[in-house]
Design a binder for this molecule. Sequence first.
Ligand code: MCA
Ligand code: AMP
Length: 504
Amino acid sequence: MSSVSPHTSLHMPERHPFDPTGGAAPNLTASWARHWESNPDLDQIHDPDRGWLQRGELAQESVVRAGRLARIGLSPGDRVLLSAESSYDLVASYVAALRMGLVVIPTNTAYGARELKHVIQDARPKAALVDTPDKHAAIAEIDPGMLALSPSLNLPDGPTPLLDAAERGSAALICYTSGTTGQPKGAVLSHANCLASAEGLRIAWRWQSQDRLLLCLPLFHMHGLGVGLHGTLYNGSSAVLYRGFDPDRLLSDVSAQCATLFFGVPTMYHRFASHPSVKKLTALRLCVSGSAPLPATLHEKIETATGQRVLERYGMTETLMLVSNPHDGERRPGTVGFPLPGVELRLEGEPAEIQVRGPNVFNGYWERPQANAEAFTDDGWFKTGDLGSEDSDGFVSIVGRAKELIISGGYNIYPREVEDVLRKHSAIDDVAVVGESSDEWGERVIAYAVVNEPVTIQELREAIGDELAPFKHPRELHIVNALPRNALGKVQKHRLDRGRVLPD
Ligand code: MCA
Ligand code: AMP
C-alpha cells in the first residue's frame, strides 16, 4: 500500500487541503477559545446533575480554576493526574489545566493502588485531581507530598495566569498504555497531535457546531477524551455527559436532547442491538464505533434494526485517530475504512503490520528511550503492532495483532500484567492468560493454571483484590496438568481454547 492513500480524498469533500494546525490555532485550547468568544450563550456541556452549561460559562470557569491551580503553585509544564467520573467539574478543571499549560495524565477510575502507584512514580505529577476517598487515601500513601485535590477545585481564587499560550509542540497529555509489551508507559501527546486529529475528524465526519454528542465513554481514554470531548470543544458543538452506559437513558435522550452523534465501543452496540427501543438510534446523524473490532454481523444487525450504518474507525492512544470508514459512500462492515486526512499508512512485513506517520502521531513515551527506539522504524514510522490488509478498493482491515493484548469491552488488558499478579498466589505453579471471543465483550479474560492445591475463580479474584482493576480480573479459571510450551519454553497460547489444551 502506498503511504499516502489516494482514498483519503474520499474523506474530504472540501476544496481546501487538510490543515494540521486547525486554521493556524496556536494550540489546542486556543482552538476551543475561538468558539467561546464567538457565541458564549450556546450550550456546551450537559452535566448529569447540573444540566446544561454554556460555552461562556466554561470559558469563565476555566479562567477562575486556572487561577486557583496557579495559586497553589502549579506552573506550565507541571504534570497533573486526573482520575474522576464524567462531570462538568472534571471538564472545567481539565480545560483550566490545559489552558495554563499543565500536562494532564488521565487515569482509569477503576485503577487500584498498585496501578496508580506505577503511574505516579513514573510520571511524578505535582498534583492529582481525584473524586473518591479511596483515591485520596491511596495518593496520601503513595506520595504524601503530592497535592490531592477534588475535581471541583474548591480552593481560594488566585490571579489569572497566562492562558492558551502553550507551544503547539509542547505536551498536553501523558496517557498510560502498555504499547506492545511490558509495563504501562506514558504516551506523550502534544497540542499539535490533538489539533491535527481533531481537524481530521472535523473534515471526515462533517462535525459541525450544531452537532450534539451523547458522550457516555469515560473521559480518561482517548476515545472519550481525545475524540469525544476534544472534538466537541474544537467544533464548538455540545455534548451530554453520562456516568457509565445506560441504554434506556441514552436511547430516550436521542430525541429528548436532540442529539446528532453517538460514539461507542462494540459492546455498547451489542447491548443496543437487543434493546426494545433500539430504533431510536435512527434519528442520529452519525453513529461511530471504535476501540475494538465491530463484528460485521453486529454492524448488519444495527443497520437492519435502525437504518444506521455504523461508521467504524481505528485509532490508538499513541496516534489518536488513524483510519475511518467514510461519511459519504460505502461503510464496509468488517473494515475500518481509509486513512484519515493527514495520516500516512503503510503495511510492512509478513504478516503485514500497520505502520503510520503524520502530525497526529506522538513523539514518544515519557522517559523511555529504549521503548521509543523499538516503537518507531529507522525511517520514522510508528509500529502499531496491529496486523492489517487492504482491499483492492482501498478499505483497510485489521486482521490480527502482533502485540499480546486482550481487548474487552474496549478496555485493553495485558495478559502479562494479569499473569504476574496471579503468579503471586500460593496455589498457582504456572499460569497463562488469554482472551477468548465473546459476543458481548469482544474478548473475555480467561486464566489457565497449573495448581498445587484446589482453588476457585472466586478465591483467585478475591486474592487479586485491587492489585488489578476489576475489568482485568479473569472471568474463568481452567485448571490444566501442564501449559503447552514450545521448544524454547514459550507458552503456546493458541492451543488454549474453551477450557482445553488443543493438540500441537
Ligand atoms: C466493566 N467491566 C468490564 C468492563 N467494563 N469487564 C471487562 N471488560 C470491560 N470493558 C466489569 C466491571 O469490572 C464489573 O465487574 C462489571 O463489569 C460491571 O461494571 P460496570 O461498570 O457496570 O460495567 P458496564 O457498564 O457493563 O461497562 C461496560 C462498558 C465499559 C460500558 C462497555 O467497559 C466501557 O465504558 N468501555 C469503554 C472503554 C473505552 O472507552 N475504551 C477506549 C480505550 P465485577 O462486577 O466483576 O467487578 S481505546 C482508545 O481510547 C483508542 C484511542 C481507540 O481506538 O478508541
Ligand atoms: P489503546 O492502546 O487503548 O489506544 O488501544 C489501541 C488498540 O485498539 C489498537 O492498537 C487496536 O488494536 C485496537 N483498536 C482500536 N480501534 C479498533 C478497531 N476499530 N478495530 C480493531 N481494533 C481496534
